[in-house]
Design a protein around this ligand. Structure first.
Ligand SMILES: [Mg+2]
Length: 319
């Protein structure tokens, strides 16, 4: 399981009173306390300075077990990462918000409404569950957080390609993740939502994802018990693909709709029951044009649509 950052708790900056130095007079005591306060304030200022600001932006927050969890997919759901120079130039000339990744990793294009979505996530644990490689996912989230205040202090967990459950037509693949790539024909993946929470309770998890096979096993898979164990369709808030180069991308309202949906069911006693039959869920399903792979087309695991996304391409140097 990938986890890069630990909770900020335990830093001890203001947690433990300093001991009074030996031989300190009452008059010096006041001075000593002032000095201690100044030292603490100095440490705080240093920790917030640009030199150290990266660290503070990427800290994960503690999971709150009594709250439900929203697992957000990254590529084609929250962002679209472009690597083609022509496409990058087009995106930069559009009204879409873009952020350059380090080196030659490309350009991240934010889906419109991403800030609105995060503003609607109060009352949930929020985590990212991407199929992208760990390094790619880490870099994108770090880059997004550098530019977007709304992302900081929100995420409690980040899972990526090495946390996926891989399977073939016949069975789960228990090989070392690095030995197989998602680009290998016949290797499929599903996201085990039990991993999204510390208590493993998938009934408390909702997943927002553009890929329908992220939360259910492909129909050509022959192990029915495996299919049943990894069927999270009742947890799913499906969204249509976000393709930054699409002419309609700038007017995409999907994330705003997802935010509205999540906000209206927050606090429900049974999150999955509240999601089921919700009119906004029906609207989102109506916007998706996913074509589930019919059994006769097995073992075609990755749809042509999915092959266009950066998520697909970015997995190859990762798992
Ligand atoms: Mg995706």
């Amino acid at each position: 399981m990938t986890k890069w950052y630990t909770s900020p708790s335990g830093s001890g900056l203001f947690s433990s009173p300093r001991q009074k130095p030996h031989g300190e007079s009452p008059g010096q005591k006041v001075v000593g306390q002032d000095r201690t306060l100044i030292e603490k304030m100095s440490s705080l200022v240093k920790s917030l300075s640009p030199k150290n600001s990266k660290r503070s932006k990427f800290m994960l927050v503690d999971e709150l077990p009594h709250l439900p969890t929203v697992a957000l997919d990254l590529d084609a759901t929250l962002v679209h990462t472009l690597v083609d120079p022509v496409e990058i130039a087009v995106a930069q000339q559009s009204d879409l918000r873009t952020i350059r990744l380090p080196g030659n990793m490309g350009l991240v294009v934010e889906r419109p409404g991403i800030e609105q979505l995060f503003s609607c996530l109060t009352g949930y644990n929020v985590m990212v569950f991407s199929a992208g490689g760990p390094f790619y996912v880490k870099t994108v989230i770090e880059t997004l957080a550098e530019e977007n205040l709304f992302l900081r202090g929100k995420l409690c967990k980040i899972l990526s390609g090495s946390d996926l459950t891989l399977y073939s037509e016949l069975s789960e693949l228990t090989i070392a993740p690095c030995a197989k790539s998602l680009n290998t024909e016949g290797v499929c993946y599903v996201k085990d939502l039990r991993k999204a929470r510390g208590d493993g309770d998938s009934r408390m998890v909702l997943i927002v994802d553009d890929n329908p096979y992220a939360f259910q096993v492909q129909p050509h898979m022959k192990d029915d018990d495996f299919k049943r164990r990894y069927d999270f369709t009742l947890n799913a808030v499906p969204v249509p693909l976000f393709i930054a180069t699409d002419s309609e991308a700038v007017s995409d309202t999907v994330l705003a709709l997802v935010g509205r949906l999540l906000q209206t069911i927050v606090g429900a006693e049974d999150t999955l029951a509240a999601l089921k039959d919700h009119p906004d869920l029906s609207e989102l399903k109506g916007m998706c044009h996913h074509v589930l792979c019919p059994p006769e087309e097995a073992p075609r695991c990755v749809s042509p649509e999915f092959r266009q996304t950066s998520e697909f391409h970015c997995t190859e140097f990762s798992i």
